[in-house]
Design a protein around this ligand. Structure first.
Ligand code: ACM
Ligand code: ZN
Length: 754
């Protein structure tokens, strides 16, 4: 009844608005990222074909952008009304800050720089109807009078794109840059070289184009699917220097700086394939055809440094920005350990080990780049063996790299996998397109605070900002990149731009819902999980319940408990469902008889431990704390693909002990659990698990396996009140395995007691 009335009202309103010739703008603007201050005033400004724009010559980029966008004329003098006026206002101290005032006569934009003016225009853009994204101004537009004052929280607001694993057209790169600019992002981290392909033309080294840019074939399916299968098709390409110049200029015209990444010493197999003398062994290796970390890394000889310096000379000529990213991540030292040249260098340079050799390598490159007026950024592994003197650290293996580097007075950028890896799944829906793993829903991105609490006031100044990363192993097309990047890029834009005390996820989601129309018009293939159902199991006064909810709460949830899909006339969900037996719940969101969401399915396996007291002697890692210890005995399994969902708990490098109190002695036939074994993500199942009962201790030896899920089953057949699982961590990952040298993660989900 309520919904029907609502729909009738909507139809009536849209009828009204289609009757007027000018377009009416919403009086409650949905700007993303949300501005610091926005006040709506009385009155309207009418933008029409007679509106002129006046800007000082210092605001040339923004002026050109506006005239091109709206198709209106620049005008040299101020006029009494109907003008967009840009004013250079030096008292606005943040160079990216601005004030935007709309009165009945003028739109006035004040900023001390062209950059601030540009962001004012991006806010103005979002005040306009989305059709203006693709059409020039035709009918007059009435805009509410308002004042916005705004500035970014962080100076570094980045998005990354890996073009090594898969490559995308220059047209798409521009589309990506455009979307970033709309969201007031200012840095595009362009990951240009990889084991699977070298993507930047270097004229001094033609074999980079002939050999390193192409791989013979590509892995099919997921890396964890064994045995590996390949498509048999040659894949590759590279960006010519002319194309790169064009993209750099395009980015400059949107106040976006491009940071090129040339990986060293690792992720260099494609380059070594073209020039085998750059590796330690000299052997001819192919450009990599599957994902992962490879042992063929640059050997730090004069020949290699000469190569890299020549490469950087060309890179520097193409990219005018201050920073060059030199990689530094995931460089296995196994070849260096057995290489005579490397070992001699360790001796002559008086280095302790291969980690210090990596520091030597990076410091030498840094010195070269500093001498050319450039600064380096490296992934957080560049902390190992000592930090190059002026390096900025990009913290990706959590936030510890950022903390450590900031405490050493180095600048840092935060991109922890837990909140910034947009190659992870964004929904627990089993129908999501194949992804690398993990689970990073929109809300978790939105919740990110780039300033680690461990830093004091003076150390915090080293946090330049944060960045979303798009690694493209599982994104063969630009459409798939868009699906993974959007809407998480919108959430990230608010993380890095807006004030932390303005963040309100539900408010963001409502603005995002409005933003969908703009994304549609921009032909961006965003993921829409706004209408998905979320379930939550909980125990209250000894009774277990299952509650359902949707983010956008003006919709109806319909429910089926018998395993079939919900239908338009299925029962409407009103109250939490009592759980006292195993059940499969299916539900979907409806508006009237139309289904809006995908079908939500939850299978609850009601066993002896559900809802009982549980204690773990360690806290799970803050980024993978799921639904806490209770989540291990809530009757719900984690996703078999997404170890980061709320059913899995992650522990990094720690042995754990889990104790469950069944309340009284009961017959226990079996105790089962599972471990995730995602070696590419450094997640290793334990080698041994112990189960302690009231009167017994059982030991389970886990057989080595490449399977992604390792089930464990203890056959007990005895009575016990307490059960305790002892789970030792796998330890430091040995050489030759994915993640070598790092502490392994343990991921465990449901403990089922029958
Ligand atoms: C990275 O994800 N290897 C930086
Ligand atoms: Zn070597």
């Amino acid at each position: 009844m309520y919904l029907k009335k609502f729909l009738v009202l909507c139809v009536f309103i849209s009828f009204l608005s289609s009757c007027t010739s000018e377009k009416q703008i919403t009086d409650n603007p949905s700007i993303i990222p949300i501005p610091n201050h926005l006040n709506i005033n009385e009155g309207k400004f009418e933008l029409n074909a007679e509106t002129t724009v006046m800007y000082p010559k210092e605001f040339e980029i923004t002026g050109a952008y506006v005239t091109d966008w709206l198709g209106i004329k620049p005008f040299l003098k101020s006029v009494d009304n109907n003008q967009i006026v840009f004013v250079k206002e030096d008292s606005i101290s943040n160079p990216e800050g601005y004030a935007l005032e709309i009165t009945e006569d003028h739109i006035t934009i004040k900023s001390s720089t062209d950059r601030g003016a540009f962001y004012a225009v991006q806010s103005l853009r979002q005040l306009m109807p989305p059709t203006l994204e693709v059409e020039k101004l035709q009918d007059p537009i009435k805009m509410p009078c308002l004042i916005i004052t705004d500035e970014p929280r962080f100076q570094y607001r980045g998005m990354h794109l890996d073009v090594g694993r898969h490559m995308f057209s220059t047209k798409f790169i521009k589309k990506y840059i455009d979307a970033m600019a709309m969201l007031k992002m200012n840095t595009f981290h362009w990951h240009l070289t990889e084991d699977q392909g070298w993507r930047i033309e270097i004229k001094a080294y033609p074999k980079l184009q002939e050999i390193a840019a192409y791989r013979n074939e590509t892995l099919i399916g997921h890396y964890s699917d064994q045995p590996h299968q390949f498509d048999g098709e040659r894949y590759g390409g590279y960006y010519t220097q002319e194309e790169i110049k064009d993209i750099v200029a395009y980015a400059q015209s949107r106040h976006i700086t491009i940071i090129p990444e040339i990986e060293l010493p690792g992720h260099a197999q494609a380059a070594i394939s073209a020039y085998p003398e750059l590796g330690c062994t000299g052997e001819q290796v192919p450009v990599a055809t599957k994902w992962g970390v490879f042992e063929h890394i640059y050997c730090p000889t004069d020949e290699t440094f000469n190569f890299l310096e020549n490469v950087f000379d060309e890179v520097i000529d193409l990219f005018p920005g201050e920073y060059i990213h030199i990689g530094g991540d995931e460089a296995p030292k196994i070849n260096w350990k057995s290489c005579q040249k490397c070992q001699e260098l360790i001796q002559t340079e008086n280095l302790k080990d291969e980690h210090e050799l990596q520091n030597y390598f990076i410091t030498r490159i840094e010195k070269y780049l500093n001498s050319k007026g450039k600064q380096i950024i490296g992934w957080d592994e560049i902390l190992e063996g000592g930090l190059a003197p002026n390096a900025t650290v990009m913290s990706w293996r959590g936030i510890n790299g950022a903390i450590e580097a900031a405490k050493q007075n180095h600048n840092v950028i935060l991109t922890p996998t837990s909140h910034c890896y947009f190659d992870y799944y964004q929904s627990t829906n089993e129908n999501e397109p194949l992804a690398i793993g993990g689970y990073l829903p929109l809300e978790k991105v939105y919740s990110f605070n780039p300033i680690p609490e461990e830093l004091n006031e003076s150390e915090r100044q080293y946090v330049l900002g944060a960045q979303g990363n798009i690694w493209t192993e599982y994104m063969p097309t630009s459409s798939q990149v868009e699906y993974m990047a959007f809407p998480r890029m919108l959430a990230m834009s608010e993380v890095v731009w807006s004030r932390s005390n303005q963040k309100d996820y539900l408010n963001f989601v409502k603005r995002l819902e409005d933003f969908h129309e703009r994304l549609d018009i921009l032909d961006i293939n965003y993921a829409n999980h706004l209408y998905e159902i979320e379930g939550n199991i909980y125990t209250e006064n000894g009774q277990t319940y299952y509650a359902l909810q949707t983010l956008i709460d003006d919709k109806t949830i319909r429910l089926a408990l018998n395993g079939s899909d919900p239908k338009p006339d299925s029962r409407i969900y009103t109250n939490p469902i009592v759980i006292d037996t195993s059940v499969t719940i299916k539900a979907a969101v409806y508006i009237d008889r139309d289904i809006l969401s995908s079908v939500f399915t939850e299978s609850i396996n009601y066993h002896n431990a559900v809802g009982k007291p549980i204690h773990i002697d360690k806290e799970p890692h803050a980024s993978y704390s799921g639904s806490g210890a209770q989540g291990l005995i809530n009757g719900i399994l984690g996703s078999s693909k997404r170890y980061g969902d709320k059913e899995w708990l992650g522990f990094w490098g720690e042995d754990i002990e889990i104790t469950i109190d069944l309340g009284e002695e009961v017959d226990i036939k079996t105790v089962k659990t599972r471990f995730h074994n995602g070696k590419g993500q450094w997640i290793y199942a334990p080698e041994k698990v112990k189960l302690e009962l009231d009167n017994d201790l059982l030991v389970y030896d886990v057989a080595p396996s490449d399977d992604v899920l390792i089930p464990i089953i203890f056959k007990t057949n005895q009575r016990s009140r307490y059960i305790r699982l002892r789970v030792p961590n796998y330890g430091v990952i040995p050489d030759g395995k994915q993640g070598a040298g790092n502490k392994a993660w343990t991921f465990i989900d449901e403990i089922i007691i029958n």
